[in-house]
Design a protein around this ligand. Structure first.
Ligand SMILES: [Zn+2]
Length: 240
């Protein structure tokens, strides 16, 4: 997939919104959990990987979205699990962990690729800047990786312009967001949860109709109209 453009969004210096705790009964019921194929090309290791996936699962669960993880690559070795290669918006996503990005700023934690329709199946996480933050803050790798994974995968589910001025989908995380990672209170807000549920239901319905009709949708051109990334700023000074 070719990167054609990039943009940094949502560098809000002032809080305009607050995250609200979600009530499951307010959300539309999603039919099935999403499945995420995970490829660890950065030497994260299975133990940290599984703990990170649990952290991300908890974050999505609080928003009413179930996630099943397929560990398809461990330390760069393919595991050969069935279904690993499948990628279909919105329920079969791919997440690859790399040591570092190519061409993005060094503090960038991740990137997600969206089509011109605002749909995507592929995210990447860059582990070296996460490890640096782990070493400088003593925050756990699973906590950091899990929240970064939730942020990036949510870009695929939410579509374009999905950064927020506050909360998990904030484009750049500062000391306030990291504190909330530690407290496990960095979550999706109610609007994000509702939007994910709506797009999951609509996407699954559309895919089912395509399957029933025996038709095969024409593949989209391999282009990316947007990219989204999160980075950490101002940790040393405690401001952002
Ligand atoms: Zn982002």
């Amino acid at each position: 997939m070719v990167q054609t453009s990039g943009k940094w969004v949502g560098l809000g210096l002032f809080l305009a919104l607050l995250s609200h705790p979600l009530k499951a009964k307010e959300l539309p019921a999603t039919s099935e959990p999403i499945k995420v194929s995970v490829y660890d090309d950065a030497g994260v290791g299975l133990e940290v990987l599984i703990k990170s996936e649990k952290v991300a699962s908890d974050v999505f669960e609080r928003a009413g979205v179930g996630v099943r993880w397929l560990n398809c690559g461990i330390d760069g070795q393919l595991t050969g699990l069935p279904g690993c290669g499948k990628a279909e918006f919105p329920t079969r996503l791919q997440l690859r962990m790399l040591k570092r990005s190519r061409g993005l700023t060094p503090e960038t934690f991740g990137i997600s690729y969206l089509s011109v329709k605002g749909e995507g199946v592929y995210s990447q996480i860059f582990v070296e800047p996460v490890e640096l933050l782990h070493k400088t803050t003593a925050m756990s790798m699973p906590d950091l990786l899990g929240h970064v994974a939730a942020h990036e995968l949510a870009h695929l589910l939410l579509g374009t312009n999905s950064h927020s001025v506050d909360g998990l989908m904030r484009a750049r995380w500062g000391s306030r967001e990291l504190e909330r990672v530690n407290q496990r209170t960095l979550l999706f807000d109610a609007g994000e949860a509702r939007k994910m549920a709506e797009r999951l239901i609509a996407g699954a319905k559309r895919n089912a109709e395509v399957t029933m009709a025996g038709a095969v949708a024409a593949p989209e051109a391999p282009q990316c109209s947007s990219q989204a990334a999160i980075g950490v700023t101002g940790i040393a000074s405690g401001t952002d």
